[in-house]
Design a protein around this ligand. Structure first.
Ligand SMILES: *[C@@H]1O[C@H](CO)[C@@H](O)[C@H](O)[C@H]1NC(C)=O
Ligand SMILES: *[C@@H]1O[C@H](CO)[C@@H](O)[C@H](O)[C@H]1NC(C)=O
Ligand SMILES: *[C@@H]1O[C@H](CO)[C@@H](O)[C@H](O)[C@H]1NC(C)=O
Length: 252
């Protein structure tokens, strides 16, 4: 029972492969370089939580009953032990909570390569359109330097807890080639992934996995892997344009 839930947590912490206890983000009040997310971002960001109400991963509302997230967030998890909270930028105030009915992991998800790191979570019930917005899935492939916005409840420091307050961070799409090179000792960065990087002290941390990246209010990416907490490496994301047809086939 508890093993299943622990497994979700373990798969997320799997991305910690940098010892960084001495690393501190000084002067940053929000999660690794971000700013307080505006209220509207709470309308499409889904917080996937364990049974005790701790935020574990992010997700994006893509239909009235579904959210998309990273496969590594939910693989092996029992839907019974996951809750989806939407409609708020502060997990202690407001928001609606739903049980999960089913989880669809991408058929070709590969845990070690982190390819096809995408899954759909179907809730028991329907989101309330007064508090949520369905994010449109973007078919257009991103190109280098495109501005994107990341939203998340991830931690602020390598050993920190997830945040109860959502943050947002303006990033830009990083050169695919340079990213491949920068990440060469971790995993291969393939075409169905893209990277973001601005500077040390701005990026994703634990708990941001599965969360959406948007461009012009459309979903363009999901946080997938990297060397966490903005220590100077790019963050790697699932490229949504590569999975737009897959998503549609699952929600129609
Ligand atoms: C939920 O997650 C929190 C934070 O990671 C953890 O401390 C807690 O034990 C988890 N609860 C369960 C039931 O696994
Ligand atoms: C993942 O990919 C590696 C390398 O191609 C392969 O050896 C492995 O069997 C794959 N794993 C799964 C679960 O498909
Ligand atoms: C982030 O980007 C949005 C959209 O381009 C812009 O309106 C906002 O001012 C930016 N915020 C920061 C802190 O750079």
């Amino acid at each position: 029972m508890a093993t299943k839930v622990n497994f979700i947590v373990i798969t997320i912490y799997f991305v910690i492969y940098v010892g960084s206890s001495s690393f501190k983000v000084s002067g940053s009040s929000r999660v690794v370089g971000g700013y307080d997310a505006p209220y509207e971002f709470g309308r499409f960001h889904a917080s996937l939580q364990n049974v005790t109400g701790s935020h574990v991963c992010g997700g994006a509302v893509i239909s009235l009953s579904r959210a998309v997230t990273a496969a590594h967030c939910v693989v092996g998890a029992d839907p019974m032990y996951i809750k989806v909270v939407v409609g708020t930028t502060n997990l202690d105030i407001g928001g609606q909570e739903f049980d999960v009915k089913s989880i669809d992991i991408h058929e070709n998800y590969n845990y070690s390569l982190r390819t096809n790191d995408i899954a759909i979570v179907t809730i028991d019930g329907m989101f309330d359109t007064r508090t949520i917005n369905v994010l449109e899935v973007d078919d257009i492939s991103l190109t280098e330097d495109d501005p994107v916005i990341l939203t998340g409840f991830g931690a602020q420091t390598p050993n920190g807890e997830s945040s109860r307050v959502m943050y947002a961070l303006n990033l830009s799409v990083f050169s695919q080639e340079t990213c491949e090179y920068a990440m060469r000792y971790s995993r291969q960065v393939v075409d169905t992934m893209f990277c973001t990087f601005t500077q040390i002290g701005q990026g994703t941390c634990h708990g941001d996995s599965g969360g959406p990246l948007i461009k012009n209010n459309k979903l363009v990416g999901l946080v997938s892997w990297g060397i966490p907490c903005a220590v100077g490496f790019p963050d790697v994301h699932t490229r949504i344009s590569s999975f737009a047809d897959w998503i549609r086939s699952k929600i129609n």
